[in-house]
Design a protein around this ligand. Structure first.
Ligand SMILES: [Zn+2]
Ligand SMILES: [Zn+2]
Length: 557
């Protein structure tokens, strides 16, 4: 089956879109005024005209008829008495919206297997190729390319490295939110890829530096980046000029081909009429990532389709890895990913950059699924190759360090054990330091000391070093406990037996006892500290030590 044909069919299949199509248009109108002067109008002058009074005005209409009526109304407004339209002075081309573009590459050769530049009927010379000519914002598809690829490849980080996903601001002070306004607390890079978490991405970018991320993007083959893009938000794909679908696909194909970038090529050879080779278009390649880095990113991106933001793109049992991309107000929605055979990116959005309803975020995933599903139909099952130099380790998801039995698996939310892949030499060597087991005295809310009664002791597993306003918050060890403050209610004195009243020593006993305003009895210890007897009443009283202590008491007098 012809791959290009499959792509054309799927892009033009209305069932692959969450909503009925809208229609926009490109429009040109030339008016000749009575004085002979000429004035030109277009869809853009029309948009400006109406946006002056209605900022949300868009040129997307629910039918061609409605769009034509809007054009007619505009024309009536701008045509003055005596104005005329010269022959050929008016043209309209309607375009289905939202639009889509698709690129499919063979990641091993760089061969462009299919390009779809738009949906709807092709309209001659004004055809716009949205896959190769249009630049759009890549959104979260950049997270892996700009932040996590360099983090793993050159910055010593791993899929298990954790960042604290909590309310956060860029270094310039602008606050940054996750798309769902929730924060997960300590979060691994693997999970941040799976669930496309902004804060973890930007913190990772800040750690590796935007310059390093930018250099990797250039190495991935992007030619439309600007020096202004060397900022932390580069990692979220908010950039000056955007990228083409073709270059985005070539970047993902680099990960698919074990870290080797191959420049996309539309032909392999040009022959003359005698079949002599005029141009031999041998692939241009260079290494971007270590094989181990490519494998690790691929493995994490498999989760995107099996349990993350890209589940809707999963087809059959062929191994798939990919990443969703969504920009502000869903103006651009993308899915970029690959199998052991092909790499494919799908972009959807309005030509005029209008916002899209949430329902429309499913469009690129559905297209990707249906296109890739058909292309792989009948191809032998294959998995991604695991290169030399990959090791596994059992780590804790809350610290990224070696998991501790009885601790990391006893998190109140469930076991935080995870088997993770590492490039050999980067696996953790230290044990989890974000989980602690602590025994609290429920009476004081502080760490239990050896004198706190058994029934008031409660042992639990807590998180240390995390942040409030995150999913970790209910499990954090409180400030007092972090400062290792031990129970001040129970102490050795509260466990003392009452000193028997010995007739001969009565005066001394009275001296040693005081009565406070409420008439409660207190004992005074050697240092003059008063201990509340009541708090000690439910304790076992160890005989040992009490005797010696009472002797001291007596001796003190
Ligand atoms: Zn742990
Ligand atoms: Zn206590």
């Amino acid at each position: 089956m012809n791959i290009q044909k499959i792509c054309d069919e799927e892009v033009n299949n209305l069932e692959n879109y969450a909503t009925e199509p809208l229609y926009s248009f490109s429009y040109r109108l030339t008016i000749e005024h009575t004085d002979g002067s000429i004035e030109n109008f277009s869809d853009q002058t029309m948009l400006s005209h109406y946006r002056a009074s209605n900022a949300d005005y868009s040129l997307n209409f629910s039918s061609v008829e409605e769009a034509q009526a809007a054009i007619d109304a505009y024309k009536a407004e701008i045509l003055g008495p005596g104005d005329s339209i010269p022959e050929g002075g008016e043209s309209t081309v309607f375009t289905m919206q939202p639009q889509a573009s698709v690129t499919i590459l063979d990641q091993y050769t760089g061969d462009v297997k299919a390009i779809v530049g738009g949906r709807g009927e092709k309209s001659g010379s004004r055809t716009l190729n949205r896959a190769t000519s249009t630049t759009r914002q890549p959104g979260s598809t950049f997270k892996v390319l700009a932040a996590f690829a360099p983090a793993l490849d050159t910055a010593g980080m791993t899929l298990a490295t954790v960042q604290d996903d909590c309310p956060f601001s860029y270094s310039n002070g602008t606050s940054l939110r996750n798309y769902d306004n929730s924060y997960h607390g300590f979060t691994t890079i693997r999970y941040a890829i799976t669930e496309s978490i902004n804060v973890v991405t930007v913190k990772t970018m800040a750690d590796i530096s935007p310059q390093v991320g930018f250099d990797y993007l250039e190495n991935f083959g992007f030619t439309t980046l600007s020096q202004d893009d060397i900022v932390e938000s580069l990692s979220l794909g908010g950039i000056t000029n955007g990228v083409t679908n073709l270059e985005l696909t070539a970047a993902y194909a680099t990960i698919a081909d074990k870290g080797t970038y191959t420049k996309p090529r539309f032909y392999t050879k040009i022959l003359d009429h005698n079949k002599n080779v005029l141009i031999d278009n041998t692939p241009e390649t260079h290494t971007v990532l270590k094989e181990t880095t490519a494998f690790l990113l691929t493995d994490a991106m498999k989760d995107v389709l099996t349990k993350g933001t890209g589940s809707a793109a999963k087809f059959s049992n062929m191994p798939t890895a990919g990443k969703t991309g969504t920009t502000t107000k869903n103006r651009d929605v993308l899915f970029s990913g690959f199998t052991p055979y092909y790499t494919c990116s799908v972009w959807c959005g309005f030509d005029d950059n209008s916002p899209q309803d949430n329902a429309l975020t499913s469009n690129p995933k559905k297209l990707w699924k249906n296109i890739m599903g058909r292309i792989h139909d009948g191809l032998p099952q294959k998995d991604f190759d695991k290169p030399e130099g990959i090791v596994t380790a059992k780590v804790c998801r809350k610290s990224g360090k070696l998991a501790v039995e009885g601790l990391c698996d006893a998190d109140p939310r469930g076991s935080m054990f995870e088997m993770e892949f590492f490039a050999a030499g980067t696996e953790p060597t230290e044990y989890c330091d974000h989980h602690v087991s602590a025994t609290i005295c429920t009476k004081s809310g502080m760490l239990a000391n050896e004198y706190c009664p058994k029934k008031l002791r409660q042992t639990g597993v807590y998180i240390v070093g995390g942040s409030s306003n995150t999913e970790d918050e209910p499990y954090l060890l409180s400030g007092d406990l972090q400062e290792e403050k031990y129970c001040t209610i129970h102490s050795i004195k509260t466990r003392l037996p009452k000193i028997p009243q010995i007739p001969g020593l009565k005066n001394m006993e009275e001296d040693n006892e005081t009565t406070d305003e409420e008439g409660q009895e207190h004992e005074t210890d050697d240092n003059g500290n008063r201990e509340d007897n009541e708090n000690g009443t439910d304790e076992e009283r160890p005989g040992e030590g009490a005797e010696g202590n009472s002797e001291e008491n007596h001796g003190a007098d």
